[in-house]
Design a protein around this ligand. Structure first.
Ligand code: SAH
Ligand code: SF4
Ligand code: F3S
Length: 448
């Protein structure tokens, strides 16, 4: 028997980091590590980091300063690891600046964590693993030990070959790689066996997925979604994040043909100006984007859209920004994320001469966010009076309440018994709040 130990994981960044943190806990479970809610008193702490915007590195060192005190309080017994995209980008520099860190590991090495812990446990040893190893980490990761819950993430694709002018991801996550369909189907069945009813397929460019099918041919994401849709008791499928360039005919048709594929799509556009889209190396125009949205809405009229926007990319003029505002008004988004352009060392745009002043970026961001907020409220208000399927994910805030998710990823609160958790039922939406909906049950249980 291995001695019980306590593992605390701190997760920053995207959904893939959330998934990765779970997988790191899975790989450490056989060594006796059980999840701990707090860093204080834990035997091991992993800080899973994100490098996407500026101050990422400062934020890591300031958190490490805090963790150092906890490590000192444990008489140095606590193993401190830094994982994720800052670990990949900074590597040995982290241990140079914070010598109390024991392990620095990049996203492609998580399966080697048990061996790294063994090495680091020998006093004084420091471990730095930021290569892109030849073996596939997914072949070496165990099945998830801890259930993710009613809604689960499943990474199907990792890395990026797109090299947008502003973005660090191709450098931190490496080249695009797709997992084989058989491994994905196996993991999906395992998650459903553990109680998952909604699965979100993850990838930095999830719709660039092209993997070995179960019939010996190469499949695209549309085909994979069809195979996943046949899993009994799986009620909902989603995928994120997709790139407009990879929305192929099969995937668009999947939105028509697969009822459990939810009518909500996160499809980042970044800008509405062709000049800026070209400077960003996005490899599509604003019209291409509008055309994809039209085609999706033709096959799935209730489809709601979400997107990412960057304001103030080098060279962005007022006219370029106006084109973004026009695109937002024309397309209409149910939800969106918007950011000021952030200069990332080593990316092509960082060296561009025509950087936009900070105050101008602030002004544009405020205008864009006001418009996006208005669209989000209008979309939510439009749900009031509708009867929508709600997947119940957990207890509500008050006794007798239960919470769930609409098809459009909005949280829904209503009165109901907690034994409904894991079921999908119809609810009438009675009110829209800024970040959630209120509903009443109209039909108990769509499935047993
Ligand atoms: N793979 C996804 C997004 C990855 S990063 C895609 O291609 O769409 C998530 C979002 O962060 C991006 O869509 C972009 O809007 C934003 N982002 C990335 N780098 C940024 C930077 N340097 N400055 C500001 N926002 C950035
Ligand atoms: Fe970054 Fe562009 Fe790749 Fe998305 S497609 S991860 S924004 S380089
Ligand atoms: Fe951040 Fe890396 Fe995800 S930079 S957004 S954690 S891929």
């Amino acid at each position: 028997m291995t001695e019980p130990k306590r593992l605390h994981v701190i997760t920053w960044g995207c959904q893939m980091n959330v998934y990765d943190s779970g997988r790191m806990a899975d790989v450490l479970a056989p060594l006796g590590y059980a999840p701990a809610a707090e860093a204080a008193g834990a035997d091991m702490v992993i800080l899973n980091t994100c490098h996407i915007r500026e101050k990422a590195v400062d934020k890591v060192f300031s958190e490490l300063g805090r963790l150092r005190q906890l490590k000192d309080a444990s008489d140095g017994r606590m193993i401190l690891a830094v994982a994720g995209c800052v670990a990949q980008a900074e590597g040995a520099e982290i241990i140079a600046r914070a010598p109390y860190v024991d392990i620095v590991l990049g996203p492609q090495t998580y399966h080697r964590l048990p061996e790294m812990v063994a090495r680091a446990s020998r006093a004084g040893n420091k471990v730095i693993e930021t290569d892109f190893p030849p073996e596939d980490k997914f072949d070496h990761l165990p099945d998830s030990a801890t259930p993710q819950g009613v809604t689960a993430f499943l990474t199907v694709q990792e890395g990026c070959d797109k090299f947008c002018s502003f973005c660090v991801v191709p450098y931190t996550r490496g080249a695009e790689q797709s997992r084989p369909a058989a491994a994905i189907l196996r993991e999906a069945r395992h998650l459903v066996g553990q109680g998952a009813r909604e699965i979100t397929l993850l990838g930095q460019n999830v719709n660039a997925w092209h993997g070995d099918g179960t019939d010996g041919s190469t499949w695209g994401l549309g085909r994979l979604l069809h195979a996943l849709a046949n899993i009994p008791n799986l009620l909902r499928l989603r995928y994120a994040t997709s790139h407009p360039r990879d929305m192929d005919d099969d995937l668009i048709a999947a939105h028509r043909d697969i009822p459990i594929l939810m009518p909500f799509l996160h499809l980042p556009v970044q800008s509405g100006s062709d000049r800026i889209l070209a400077a960003m190396n996005r490899k599509h125009t604003a019209v291409d984007y509008r055309r994809i949205v039209d085609r999706l809405r033709e096959v799935r009229p209730d489809l709601a859209l979400s997107s990412d926007f960057i304001v103030g990319h080098p060279g962005e003029t007022q006219a370029d920004f106006d084109a973004t505002m026009t695109l937002v008004r024309d397309v209409g988004f149910a939800q969106a994320y918007s950011f000021k352009y952030s200069r990332r060392f080593g990316t092509p745009a960082a060296g561009a001469p025509d950087q936009v002043p900070e105050a101008e970026k602030d002004r544009r961001l405020q205008m864009l966010q006001a418009l996006l907020r208005e669209q989000q409220s209008r979309f939510a208000a439009g749900c009031v009076g509708l009867t929508l399927p709600v997947l119940f994910t957990g207890p509500g805030r008050h006794p007798g309440q239960i919470s769930g998710r609409s098809p459009f990823l909005q949280p829904v609160h209503l009165s109901g018994h907690s034994d409904l958790i894991g079921n999908e039922s119809l609810a009438r939406i009675v009110a829209a709040h800024p970040n959630s909906l209120a509903g009443t049950l109209v039909q108990e249980r769509l499935i047993a």
